[in-house]
Design a binder for this molecule. Structure first.
Ligand SMILES: CC(C)(COP(=O)(O)OP(=O)(O)OC[C@H]1O[C@@H](n2cnc3c(N)ncnc32)[C@H](O)[C@@H]1OP(=O)(O)O)[C@@H](O)C(=O)NCCC(=O)NCCS
Length: 279
């Protein structure tokens, strides 16, 4: 790389989000500027940009769930600057940041191209999964799950989420709550939020398939246009539910891990992810 194309990596600032979101748009991803802002407010010193000739050339975010689990997301490199080691440099920065917090177990959700980058850095695949999409669907008669606030989620639902996700992420759910529609009852809860291409359904966390269906249908009945739903590969019941509701698989992703499997989710109770960028 010539001197004029030298890449530097630094912490992301709020001013970078417009440029970061242009990379997101170029990749066709579904997040919005609000999602970047939420990630940056939650982990202000753990989101990074690569800069080339004064322009934002790449991005990465980290999200720490206590000191048990770290997440890496929003890995994007400008199309004209790919294959120059920028993703690798950003990943090394993100991994070092999380490890300095004392986090040993790091997870992420990889696109097929991202997976090649991450394997070279020592990440192992845990399971494959699909993004499911439905362009529109019928209203389904069901007793609606009540609206809940992530600020006052019951101790039982916090514990259920902890069991399903593998660690306590209530601080993150509180941060995301204001931008989401949130419903729940004793046996589970779910969220949906506006995306730039489709409304995103997730997470959906429930004790049983019946409870998950009630939560998903309540949220879906409020959505007029297209919906994305990322379903953990090991949850076969969730996959069947999406299929019967008219969802089709549109993207292939892989859950990957670096470090020990010290955080063990219960995927039978995780019916939808929050977002591949944050788990
Ligand atoms: C995936 C992505 C972030 C990689 O960025 P990058 O800066 O080009 O990656 P690097 O230059 O660090 O690549 C490191 C190695 O990974 C592999 N690799 C990267 N991109 C590849 C591709 N398109 N095809 C095959 N191998 C690839 C190569 O082995 C490469 O080393 P090499 O160039 O010396 O052969 C970039 O392609 C991108 O933004 N894609 C769109 C969004 C996306 O999928 N992000 C990943 C989310 S999980």
């Amino acid at each position: 790389m010539t001197g004029s194309q030298q890449i530097t990596v630094r912490q992301m600032q709020a001013d970078d989000i417009s440029a970061a979101d242009s990379l997101r748009e170029a990749a066709g991803w579904n997040q919005r500027q609000t999602d970047w802002l939420t990630a940056l407010a939650y982990q202000p010193d753990g989101c990074f940009v690569a800069v080339c000739r004064g322009q934002i050339a790449g991005t990465v975010t980290t999200t720490s769930y206590g000191t048990e689990l770290g997440w890496i997301g929003m890995m994007l490199v400008a199309p004209s600057l790919q294959r120059r080691g920028i993703a690798t440099q950003l990943m090394e920065t993100a991994i070092e940041y999380l490890q300095e917090l004392g986090i040993e177990c790091i997870r992420l959700d990889a696109t097929p191209t991202g997976r090649i980058v991450y394997e070279r850095l020592g990440f192992q695949s845990e399971w494959d999964f699909h993004r499911w999409e439905r362009s529109h669907g019928p209203q389904v008669t069901i007793e609606p799950a009540p609206t809940v606030s992530m600020d006052t989620l019951s101790a039982e639902l916090v514990q259920l989420d902890r069991d399903a996700f593998g660690t306590n992420r209530s601080a993150w759910l509180k941060a995301a709550g204001p931008h989401s529609r949130c419903v729940g009852f004793e046996q589970g809860f779910g969220m949906s939020r506006t995306g730039s291409r489709a409304t995103y359904l997730g997470p959906v966390v429930a004790e049983s398939t019946d409870a998950a269906r009630r939560i998903a249908v309540t949220l879906l009945n409020d959505i007029a246009g297209p919906v994305f739903w990322d379903i953990p590969g090991p949850n076969i019941a969730a996959t069947r539910m999406a299929q019967t509701m008219g969802f089709l698989p549109v993207r292939d992703l892989t859950r990957m891990r670096l470090g020990p499997e010290s955080v063990q989710p219960d995927y039978s109770r995780l019916y939808g992810l929050y977002d591949p960028g944050m788990g």
